[in-house]
Design a protein around this ligand. Structure first.
Ligand code: UD1
Ligand code: MG
Length: 453
C-alpha cells in the first residue's frame, strides 16, 4: 500500500519565545522539521506534504532543502489539526493510498513504530499512535472499547473519569487518504477551543462503521518540542542515539560524549573519530578515515584512508579523495583534493582543485575573493606549493610545478615550471653587528636604560 506523508507545521510555537518559527530551531544541526520529515521516510512515502502558516517562506524552504520532493501547503489560519490536514488535500490530488500524519515538532518517532502502524492498517481503517506517559498532563485521551479505539477526547473537553485515563494521543495517525480527508471535512469546531480537532475523526469514523485501533510506542518517541528547555533535552537524546548508532556500526570513537553529530552524519565502518570533533550537517566520512581531535566538519566528504586534523576545519564543498592529509589549522572550502594530496599546516584552500599527490606548503592561502567575486585556483597533480605562497585567483599551477616559499602568485605557472615571486634577498656582511654597536652607543650617551620610543 503506498503511503503519503502530511507533516503539520503551521502552529505558532509561541513558547519558544523566539522570532524564528519553532520547527526551524536546530536539533542535531538540522531544523526540527527535518527530523520529523525524515522520520516519515521510514515508510518510503510516495508524496510528502508539509503544511505551513501563511508567509512561512523559511519553513517551506527548509522543508524543500531536507526533502526535495516535499510539496508545501499553506494553512490560511491556525484553526486546528483537522483544518491543517485539509490544507494538504490539494497537494494530494490524484493520490490513492494511505496517509500518515506527523507533527513537525515531534522528531523521534521510530521506523519500527511507523512500520507497526502500517501493519495495523490491516485490522482497522484508522490507526492512532498512543502512549502511556509518566504524566498524562493535557494530552488528548484515548477512549477504548476492548481493543477498538472508540474516540479521542481532548483534555479541555474530558470528564473527570476521562482525564483519569492513562492512555494518550501522540497525534500521529494513519488512514486511507479519501477516508481521512472526508472525515476531516466533517469535523466541526464545536469545542472549548473553537478548533477543528483531527482527533474527532475517530468518533466520526466509528459512526460510519470505520474501525480505529491504537498502536503503542514509548513516551520518548512522542517527545514534542515546545520550549528551549525541551529542545535541550531532545538534543541530549539525539546525540546519545547517534553516538550509540556510530559505535554499533563499527566506528572507533574513544570519547563519544565529546563528539557532536548532525542529523545526516554518515560514518563508515572502521572510521576513527578522536575526542572533541563537531559534525555539522552533510558530512560523510568513509571507512578507515581518521578525524582527529578538535576538528569541525560540515557539508564535506572524506574518503578512505584520509586523515583530518587535529584542529582542521572542513567547510561545505570540501571533497577529500583517498589518503588525503589535512592537518592543523587548515581550512578547506568548496575544494576538491585529489588522491594523496597533503595540506598539513596553517592554510586556507577555497574554491580550488588540488591534483593528486600535490603538496601544499605551510601557510599557503588561496586568495579566492576580490571583494566582489570569488575565483578558482587550480593546482596540478604532483605540484609543490612552497610555504607561505599566496595564490591570487583565478590562477593555475601546472602538474609537477613548484612555487618558491613566500611567493605571491598572480600568473599561471606552466607544468613543470618553478615560479619565484618575491623580492630577491640581499645579504650585507657585518651590517647587523655594526647596527647593534651604533644603537648601544646611543643608549650609553643617553645614560643607559631602555629609552622611550
Ligand atoms: C494535539 C492533539 C492531542 C494530542 C497532542 C499530542 C488535536 C486536536 N489534539 O494537541 O490529542 O495529545 O497533540 O501532542 O489534534 N498545527 C497546525 N495547524 C493548526 C494547529 C496545529 O499545523 O491549526 C500543528 C502544530 O504546529 C503542531 C501540531 O499540529 O505541530 C499539533 O498542534 P498542537 O496545537 O500542539 O496540538 P495539541 O493541542 O498539543
Ligand atoms: Mg502540542
Amino acid at each position: 500500500m503506498p503511503v503519503a506523508l502530511i507533516v503539520l507545521a503551521a502552529g505558532q510555537g509561541t513558547r519558544m519565545n523566539s522570532d524564528r518559527p519553532k520547527v526551524l530551531h536546530l536539533l542535531g544541526g538540522a531544523p526540527i522539521l527535518a527530523h520529523a520529515i525524515r522520520a516519515g521516510w521510514a515508510l518510503e512515502p510516495e508524496r510528502v506534504v508539509v503544511v505551513v502558516a501563511p508567509g512561512a517562506e523559511d519553513v517551506a524552504a527548509a522543508a524543500r532543502a531536507w526533502d526535495e520532493t516535499a510539496a508545501v501547503a499553506v494553512q490560511q489560519a491556525p484553526r486546528g489539526t483537522a483544518h491543517a490536514v485539509l490544507a494538504a488535500r490539494p497537494a494530494l490530488a490524484g493520490y490513492a493510498g494511505d496517509v500518515l500524519v506527523l507533527y513537525g515538532d515531534t522528531p523521534f518517532i521510530s521506523p519500527e513504530t511507523l512500520q507497526a502502524m502500517a501493519a495495523a492498517r490491516a485490522r482497522a481503517g484508522i490507526v492512532v499512535l498512543g502512549f502511556q506517559p509518566a504524566d498524562p498532563a493535557r494530552y488528548g485521551r484515548l477512549v477504548m472499547r476492548g481493543d477498538r479505539l472508540e474516540r479521542i477526547v481532548e483534555w479541555a473537553e474530558a470528564s473527570q473519569a476521562e482525564r483519569a485515563l492513562g492512555l494518550c494521543n501522540s497525534g500521529v495517525v494513519m488512514a486511507d487518504a479519501d477516508v481521512l480527508m472526508q472525515l476531516a471535512a466533517e469535523v466541526r469546531a464545536d469545542n472549548a477551543k473553537g478548533e477543528f480537532y483531527l482527533t474527532d475523526i475517530v468518533a466520526l469514523g466509528a459512526a460510519r462503521g470505520i474501525a480505529a485501533t491504537v498502536v503503542l510506542c514509548p513516551e520518548s518517541e512522542t517527545l514534542g518540542i515546545n520550549t528551549r528547555e525541551e529542545l535541550l533535552v531532545a538534543e541530549r537524546i539525539f546525540q546519545e542515539r547517534m553516538r550509540g548508532a556510530a559505535l554499533a556500526s563499527g566506528v572507533a570513537m574513544p570519547a563519544p560524549d565529546t563528539v557532536v553529530f548532525a542529523l545526516d552524519t554518515h560514518l563508515g565502518r572502521e572510521a576513527t573519530v578522536e575526542p572533541y570533533v563537531v559534525f555539522g550537517p552533510g558530512v560523510t566520512v568513509e571507512s578507515g578515515a581518521r578525524i582527529r581531535s578538535f576538528s569541525h566538519l560540515e557539508g564535506c566528504h572524506v574518503s578512505r584512508g584520509a586523515v583530518v586534523g587535529p584542529f582542521a576545519r572542513l567547510r561545505p564543498g570540501a571533497e577529500l579523495a583517498e589518503e588525503v592529509h589535512v592537518g592543523n589549522f587548515v581550512e578547506i572550502k568548496n575544494a576538491i583534493l585529489g588522491e594523496g594530496a597533503k595540506a598539513n599546516h596553517l592554510s586556507y584552500i577555497g574554491d580550488a582543485e588540488v591534483g593528486a599527490k600535490a603538496n601544499i606548503g605551510a601557510g599557503t592561502i588561496t586568495c579566492n575573493y576580490d571583494g566582489v567575486f570569488k575565483h578558482r585556483t587550480r593546482i596540478g597533480a604532483g605540484a609543490f606549493v612552497g610555504s607561505n605562497t599566496a595564490l591570487v585567483a583565478p590562477v593555475s599551477i601546472g602538474d609537477a610545478a613548484m612555487t618558491a616559499a613566500g611567493s605571491t602568485i598572480t600568473a599561471d605557472v606552466p607544468a613543470g615550471a618553478l615560479a619565484i615571486a618575491r623580492a630577491r634577498q640581499e645579504t650585507r656582511a657585518g651590517l647587523a653587528r655594526r647596527l647593534m654597536e651604533r644603537l648601544r652607543a646611543a643608549r650609553a650617551a643617553r645614560g643607559g636604560g631602555v629609552g622611550e620610543t
